[in-house]
Design a protein around this ligand. Structure first.
Ligand code: KG4
Ligand code: ZN
Length: 338
């Protein structure tokens, strides 16, 4: 049997990453160059800065990924790349690099949806079983996706406003935490109590059962902090974090359980940057016991090219290839029609 080696690129936001995947399951390398240090002082990702960093490090990332995997370009079967969603200028660097590499080495080019990448990171744990339900929670997206078969994605519920990760980062800023604040709030939450009882949105009987909303929670949090400041009080960050996290997790758990009731599936995948959250992992383990719950390991929850490589396998097998006219698609969704 000839071996299959895929070289994958991910540059949709603030991580430049290149990976090599062998035979759809063995991640031989997954080089991740983070730009977080450059964006921290701005409290968020500056698109222009992100693009420049990608250009600076992408060639070194390719060389390192190949070297670590101990292969040469002639061993490769295909090149995969995130085409969207993400920042247009950032995506374009990966797309241009992948196209150039594929052209120079006469390799097929496989375009990949970034959110499908987050989902397929779970393949690192075990083979995925279909149909499956995915709760995808990242800095830009919060969605429940029904996956009938590999490559067949249907969004059955999503956020109407802020994504979960975005809400974490925004309330983190109010508490003067450094960006991105999710991990620190998670740690603080474990040392505090849910004393503020922030609103759990979209949970009333006549609300859409699978839709999310986090902007009201964010506003309630900010108002609570500002009102206290006006009275000269400083609230305990541990209790604020615990209260915020409890409100988020109550909603995520309730919606996920409803989705599982409405759509019988063989597996639940929870993925994306916020899937690194320990509070979420604890609640999933305690409350969803009648179905297999698969969460990627921590290093594959944030953006990385390994997850893009995993997602590219079913696209490649189904012949979903791109030409050298491939462009970045910043607003790409599972629902986007070709
Ligand atoms: O998936 P990701 O790396 O990038 C996007 O595609 O958006 O997600 C980044 C998001 C950030 O908002 C970050 O604060 C959040 O994931 N995050 C967390 C945790 N670790 C990262 N949120 C909550 N708890 C965590 N432990
Ligand atoms: Zn992401």
């Amino acid at each position: 049997m000839t071996e299959q080696y895929i070289l994958a690129f991910e540059t949709s936001c603030d991580e430049t990453s290149v990976a090599v995947l062998k035979n759809g399951q063995e991640l031989l390398s997954n080089v991740i160059a983070s730009q977080i240090e450059s964006h921290k002082r701005f409290g968020g990702v500056v698109p222009e800065v992100a693009s420049r960093h990608h250009v600076e490090v992408i060639t070194a990332c390719i060389n390192e990924a190949l070297a670590e995997a101990e292969i040469t370009p002639s061993d490769l079967t295909a090149v995969a790349v995130t085409e969207g969603p993400g920042l247009v200028g950032a995506l374009l660097v990966g797309v241009a690099a992948a196209k150039a590499f594929a052209w120079a080495n006469h390799l097929p080019l496989v375009p990949v949806n970034h959110m499908a990448g987050h989902l397929w990171a779970a393949r690192q744990v075990k083979p995925l079983d279909f149909p499956l339900m995915a709760l995808l929670v990242s800095g830009g997206h919060t969605e429940l996706v029904y996956v009938a078969a590999p490559g067949d994605y249907k969004i059955i519920g999503e956020t109407r406003d802020d994504a979960v990760g975005e809400a974490y980062d925004k309330v983190g800023r109010v508490m003067n935490l450094t960006y991105p604040a999710g991990k620190e709030i998670d740690a603080l939450a474990h040392q505090g109590q849910d004393v503020f009882n922030f609103p759990r949105a979209m949970m009333k009987h006549d609300d859409p059962a699978l839709e999310f909303s986090f902007s009201g929670l964010k506003s309630a949090f900010i108002n609570t902090v500002h009102n206290a400041e006006q009275k000269g009080q400083t609230l305990d960050k541990k209790d604020l974090s615990a209260s915020f996290q409890a409100a988020v997790m109550d909603v995520l758990m309730a919606k996920t359980k409803t989705a599982l009731q409405q759509f019988p599936v063989k597996m639940l995948v929870v993925a994306g940057g916020v899937a690194a959250n320990h509070g979420l992992r604890e609640r999933l383990a305690a409350e969803i016991t009648d179905i297999d719950v698969v969460i990627p390991p921590l290093r594959l929850c944030g953006d990385n090219a390994g997850m893009i490589a995993y997602a590219s396998v079913c696209e490649y097998n189904q012949g979903h290839l791109a030409g050298l006219d491939l462009n970045a698609r910043p607003s790409l969704s599972f629902e986007t029609l070709d």
